[in-house]
Write a protein that binds this ligand. Structure first.
Ligand SMILES: NC(=O)c1ccc[n+]([C@@H]2O[C@H](COP(=O)([O-])OP(=O)(O)OC[C@H]3O[C@@H](n4cnc5c(N)ncnc54)[C@H](OP(=O)(O)O)[C@@H]3O)[C@@H](O)[C@H]2O)c1
Length: 261
């Protein structure tokens, strides 16, 4: 019989409408959690909810822009009103905008920071205040390999993900003695909607075709394939469960071995 590692847990997952966030929602539902899922669009969330429904837990859906602090405060209040508590927070919502550093408009750079850094800042702050009262909680931040090293033509994204890795460490340090675990996952290239966007926009910047960019990506991954969203979800479930109680402040690579190149 399959174990239900997240039975009786309530998880708030941002960016749960597609890709990695959806895979985490489905995995957590399978593990017995009740879910409060948010994204910018209700239609993508409804698609996720169709997939979580078969596991029998509760799933609530909410549209929000995580960069909008007032809206996030309201959302966390509503989640607490509905469920009475939040045991697990997954900061997964994120955006990607490549450009040469000198070509970024202020607005482009700012939007990446607002969603990828201020988003987790907003959600974590409001959720943590509640977790600190209960002296228990798990925070899982979806950062990136871009939070560990440099990449061409995506300095806004890399800056934002380095910041998220730093935030993970600092928040972990401040909450470690109070029963709260804060860890990050650093995925490599994961097979989601972000990849065609990545390929198309990088091809344009580099003046090559999309096949060349795809070949370049695969060449750099020793496993020779993209990471599956479910592989990120499996680690997220571990970090959200009591199995990881001894870990905090970590940022873990799931990248198909890129580090060894
Ligand atoms: N894919 C990769 O290769 C990769 C690699 C490393 C790290 N990551 C990180 O993993 C996370 C998920 O990526 P993904 O590839 O699954 O992305 P995705 O397929 O583009 O999905 C992004 C999700 O985030 C939601 N979202 C975007 N902006 C938001 C905002 N301002 N407020 C609330 N929700 C927002 C989207 O909402 P809608 O559904 O409403 O559009 C969507 O559900 C991101 O943080 C990304 O940086 C991805």
């Amino acid at each position: 019989m399959e174990s239900k590692r997240l039975a009786d847990k309530v998880a708030l997952i941002t960016g749960a409408g597609r890709g990695i966030g959806r895979a985490i929602a489905v995995k957590f539902a399978r593990e017995g959690a009740d879910l409060f899922l948010c994204a910018t669009r209700m239609e993508t969330l409804e698609e996720t909810a169709k997939q979580t429904a078969e596991f029998g837990g509760k799933t609530e859906l909410y549209t929000v822009d995580v960069a909008d602090r007032a809206a996030v405060e309201k959302m966390v209040g509503e989640a607490l009103g509905l469920f009475g508590r939040i045991d697990i927070l997954v900061n997964n919502a994120g955006v990607y905008k490549p450009a040469r550093f000198v070509d970024y408009t202020y607005e482009e750079f700012d939007r990446v920071m607002k969603v990828n850094v201020y988003g987790p800042f907003n959600v974590t702050q409001f959720v943590l205040r509640h977790m600190l009262e209960r002296k228990t909680g798990k925070v899982v931040n979806i950062a990136s390999t871009a939070g560990k090293w440099a990449s061409m033509h995506q300095s806004a994204y890399n800056t934002s993900k380095h910041a998220l890795v730093g935030m993970t460490r600092c928040v972990a340090l401040e909450t470690a003695a109070q029963g709260i675990n804060v860890n990050a996952i650093c995925p490599g290239v994961v097979d989601t909607d972000m990849v065609p966007q990545f390929t198309k926009e990088h091809a344009k910047i580099m003046g090559v075709d999309e096949e060349t960019v795809k070949g370049f990506i695969l060449q750099r991954i020793p496993m020779g394939r993209l990471i599956r969203p479910g592989e990120i979800a499996d680690l997220a479930a571990y970090l959200a469960s009591s199995e990881s109680d001894g870990m905090t402040g970590q940022s873990i690579l799931v990248d198909g071995g890129v580090l060894f190149v």
